[in-house]
Design a protein around this ligand. Sequence first.
Ligand code: ATP
Length: 313
Amino acid sequence: MIELHHLEKRYDDPLTGQPFYAVKDLSLTFPSGEITALLGPSGCGKTTTLRMINRLIEPTGGQIVIEGQDVMNVKPEALRRKIGYVIQQIGLFPHLTVAQNVATVPDLLGAPKAQTRARVRELLDLVGLEPSQFAAKRPSELSGGQQQRVGVARALAADPPVLLMDEPFGALDPLARDKLQEAFREIQQRLKKTIVMVTHDIDEALKLGDKVALLNAGTLAQFGTPDDLVRRPASDFVKQFLGDDALLRQLAGVRSAALARRGDGAGLPQVSGQLDARSALSVMLRERAEAVAVMGEDGQVSGVLSFHDLEQA
Ligand SMILES: Nc1ncnc2c1ncn2[C@@H]1O[C@H](COP(=O)(O)OP(=O)(O)OP(=O)(O)O)[C@@H](O)[C@H]1O
């Protein structure tokens, strides 16, 4: 786990000498094996917090402890080799192939070549890029979404226990973003990394975060599960930030199949089990139906999702 103890980043205005706190007295724990979304309005200190964890920014106060070790006692280069880092502007090396980009850190660490080659193929597969098709391409030959997939694969290549992500899906169109988020969620279910993910996108935080840390002006407004924030907002700020449609946003992160109950669904409008529950609700409203039949991948009805089920969820 990653513990922040009274973390602080102060900047002094060069003209007035007045202090400004980008992050102030921030204490919280990012649990091991979980995704914590670092959420908040623009300028609230998300990126500053993230970059203090791998010492790209040095704190002016407080302490960061990763698995019992104070990061200030670890050389920044050594620290960053153990911590994956994914940013929006992917930063792939343009002159290297996709495979070489993904292999950068293992090569740097002197990992056996054959082992790295196998791992690269596995990772490309994992992020949905067919190795035989993509391994030899240059970044310029890929779409933005494909480049971001390579960025995620590269960050995972060194098998770091900790992964820091700054708006990793930010530059994508909604469809590509949705797909990569899904792929990412599945990868995480397998790999169980400790992930801190900066986002200003509430839907993304509620969908991907096991926990959400909501920041406001450099301080912690609330830390909890998405459900805690949506149903038990700690302050008016939290309530306002999440908005009146917070419950709907939360439904957007759940697949219909996950909420469906047994039933034959005869005569009901049909939706795919992969469809998110908010969209299933839209179908109910559009079709003036109190429930929908949820279809399995085999094309058969796998269950029934009712308005009542959504209320309960
Ligand atoms: N080098 C710096 N000198 C002075 N102020 C800075 C510096 N870097 C960041 N800040 C300020 O610190 C605050 C927090 O910045 P940070 O980048 O962490 O915000 P953020 O929550 O990630 O915002 P966004 O979502 O817009 O990226 C902002 O008000 C920013 O202007």
